[in-house]
Write a protein that binds this ligand. Structure first.
Ligand code: FE2
Length: 110
């Protein structure tokens, strides 16, 4: 994954010593999810302008890895937050209007 330079503890919005181990892990995984999404975006932009076929193929392969990383991070988080999973079950991998699916997902989690 391409590297970004960030401060070490940016993922915390509350004093880390007051957060449980589980909440700190959750925060790290949210940070990872964000980084994987950024990497997908960066590769998307690079791929769109790359003229060298071999370089483009390598970047596409790398982006595929980021899809997997994003998916694993998301699955970890959803296992920790059943309501989040319930909401997404109505939205993801469905056909039809996304806004309507979102409203259905919101109802499902209430
Ligand atoms: Fe990654």
């Amino acid at each position: 994954m391409p590297q970004t330079i960030t401060m070490g503890f940016d993922q915390y919005h509350e004093p880390p010593e007051e957060l449980s181990q589980d909440t700190r892990t959750f925060a790290r995984m949210i940070a990872s999810l964000t980084e994987e999404a950024e990497a997908i975006n960066w590769y998307e932009q690079r791929i769109s302008i790359e003229k060298d076929k071999q370089a483009k193929a390598i970047m596409e392969n790398a982006q595929q890895e980021e899809f997997k990383h994003f998916g694993m991070d998301l699955e970890f988080l959803l296992r920790k937050k059943p309501k989040w999973r319930e909401t997404l079950q109505s939205i993801l991998f469905q056909q039809g209007d996304i806004v309507k699916l979102g409203e259905k997902g919101e109802e499902a989690a209430e």
